[in-house]
Design a protein around this ligand. Structure first.
Ligand SMILES: Cc1cc2nc3c(=O)[nH]c(=O)nc-3n(C[C@H](O)[C@H](O)[C@H](O)COP(=O)(O)OP(=O)(O)OC[C@H]3O[C@@H](n4cnc5c(N)ncnc54)[C@H](O)[C@@H]3O)c2cc1C
Ligand SMILES: NC(=O)C1=CN([C@@H]2O[C@H](COP(=O)(O)OP(=O)(O)OC[C@H]3O[C@@H](n4cnc5c(N)ncnc54)[C@H](OP(=O)(O)O)[C@@H]3O)[C@@H](O)[C@H]2O)C=CC1
Ligand SMILES: Nc1ccccc1C(=O)C[C@H](N)C(=O)O
Length: 455
């Protein structure tokens, strides 16, 4: 056990709340400062990103504090993608092997469950309605504004964690330090959340155990199931242009557009117009920065140091994996040199954070465009056959990212090699049966041998 520290975490979102449990388990005293009110006492603000896809990396971190089973009870498995074309016809693509799924969970529900776990723990204290305004990295002092009274207080922890999300104030302070690398890039797309309500008896009106996609080339809508029978739909749409948020000005524009491009969804969305014109458009940003720590006294974690666009469903999972990795490093930490520990953490995580950022942008193109192409779906089937035939030698990129704990950077690199092989293989493929052709089998064997030599 290392020396007990007074730790302050800025932000009690998903990552901050989970981190507090891991740090308290090691005997530290943890205070969390969250600018929003206590979720458990206020009605949920119809806010953004109501549900999230949780996958293996996230599950592992939840397991580490013994909450996995409880969350599973309220998580809905999605075994694959269900594509809706412009006539309302459906096609299906499984995510992995039979039984493998990503899980739709409620953001608020998960955050509250994490907060509740700390309730009996005297070492964890939540301070709601406290907004970090300014951080002095040299003295480790944070100025916090009390949202209700407007008064400002200062705290000075031994260690400061910035888990305050994509627009982190703690990172803002680091950005002002010498030779700090920072990069942000916004997509020319925004997102808007809409609802498909439950049936009168609380059932699901479309397939419950799938992630639904309406791929339309340069834009798309998706839907993830909620536990109460509803679906949260997200329209990812250009800000400007002929078909864009800017071009939909009236209810008539909206309904004409939706009836043309999402005809099977419209009858399922009774509140479409009201929701469309009252819900905000969210922006989509990738943030890369380095370093993530300052002098062994402060450390960024989660979206604060690696916000990614949501298309792989990995942002929270990556943030949870940060905690798993940090916790593993704490296993062998002698409690002396926090600066070295934080350096080791940021050096280990940075290449993986960069990789998932790039993978997430790539998955947008796959989801909005490629999944509508029968050749692409055929290619996925062929790849699944290769993976079945060579289980130890070929994991699909999606499996490496979603159903494994292999580093994201390894997944990205291996995915590129496999993509090149698949392009060659597909030259010989017109149907699934062609997989058994001798020239295809020989080509795969040859390429796998080369791949092994490379790794
Ligand atoms: C539309 C959308 C869909 C997504 N879907 C998925 C998905 O399916 N799967 C997935 O894994 N990830 C998904 N993500 C990403 C995921 O939401 C984030 O990666 C995750 O929420 C990051 O958690 P965090 O705790 O680091 O940050 P946050 O969840 O943003 O938490 C930060 C907390 O800090 C608080 N805060 C901010 N500033 C201050 C301040 N100055 N002082 C005090 N408190 C402050 C905030 O109120 C918030 O509670 C999605 C994101 C979006 C936008
Ligand atoms: N990677 C991405 O593309 C995005 C990721 N996220 C992440 O999703 C999670 C949940 O998001 P949610 O809670 O709905 O967050 P919100 O979108 O509600 O944002 C929370 C606060 O961040 C500030 N903010 C929002 N958008 C911007 C912007 N474009 N530029 C500057 N500040 C902004 C606003 O603060 P104020 O009111 O003080 O201006 C806002 O109230 C968080 O992890 C967030 O980090 C959120 C949006 C995009
Ligand atoms: N949760 C999300 C939120 C927004 C956009 C996509 C997702 C996904 O999870 C996509 C899924 N991983 C897929 O590849 O089909």
């Amino acid at each position: 056990m290392t020396e007990r520290k007074n730790i302050a975490i800025m932000g009690a979102g998903l990552v901050g709340s989970l981190l507090s449990l891991y740090l308290a388990k090691r005997g530290h005293k943890v205070d969390l400062y969250e600018r929003r009110p206590d979720l458990r006492k206020t009605s949920v603000d119809g806010g953004r990103s109501i549900n999230l896809a949780l996958s293996d990396r996230g599950w592992r971190a939840l397991k580490g504090i013994g909450i996995e089973e409880d969350v599973r009870k309220v998580a809905i498995p999605m075994y694959g993608r269900m594509m809706h074309d412009e006539q309302g016809n459906l096609t299906y693509q499984p995510y992995g092997k039979e039984g493998q799924a990503i899980y739709s969970v409620s953001r608020g529900g998960l955050n509250m469950a994490l907060m509740n776990l700390s309730e009996p723990n005297p070492d964890i204290t939540y301070h709601f309605g406290r907004q970090a305004m300014d951080v002095n990295l040299h003295s480790n002092e944070v100025q916090l504004r009390n949202i209700e009274t407007g008064s400002v207080e200062t705290v000075q922890p031994d260690l400061l964690f910035g888990a305050d999300g994509a627009f982190s104030v703690v990172r803002g302070a680091m950005q002002k330090t010498e030779r700090y690398d920072y990069q942000q890039s916004y997509l020319e797309y925004g997102y808007k959340e809409l609802t498909i309500p439950a049936t009168a008896d609380g059932g699901w009106v479309i397939e419950k155990n799938a992630l639904h996609i309406w791929p339309r080339g340069n834009y798309m809508m998706i839907a993830l199931p909620n536990f109460d029978g509803s679906f949260t739909c997200t329209l990812f749409f250009p800000y400007e242009g002929e078909r864009s948020f800017a071009s939909i000005k009236s209810e008539e524009d909206l309904l004409a557009f939706f009836r043309e491009v999402f005809p099977d969804a419209v009858p399922l969305m009774p509140d479409l117009a009201q929701e469309y014109f009252s819900h905000p458009v969210g922006s989509l940003v990738t943030i890369k920065c380095f370093p993530w720590s300052h002098k062994g006294k402060s450390l960024l974690i989660g979206d604060a140091c690696h916000a990614v666009v949501p298309f792989y469903g990995q942002g929270m999972n990556a943030g949870f994996e940060d905690i798993t990795v940090l916790d593993q490093m704490l296993d062998t930490f002698d409690g002396e040199d926090w600066e070295e520990l934080f350096h080791r953490f940021e050096r280990t995580r940075k290449p993986n954070a960069d990789a998932i950022a790039d993978l997430a942008v790539m998955n947008f193109i796959e989801m909005r465009d490629k999944v509508a192409d029968p050749r692409f779906l055929l290619r996925k089937k062929i790849e699944a056959r290769i993976s079945e035939q060579y289980p130890g030698k070929w994991l699909t990129l999606y499996t490496m990212v979603t159903f494994s704990e292999l580093p994201y950077s390894y997944a990205l690199e291996t995915g590129k090699v496999q993509d090149r092989i698949m392009k060659q293989v597909m030259k010989h493929i017109k149907s699934v049966d062609d997989y058994n052709k001798p020239e295809v089998q020989q080509l795969i064997e040859r390429e796998l041998l080369k791949k092994e030599k490379l790794s």
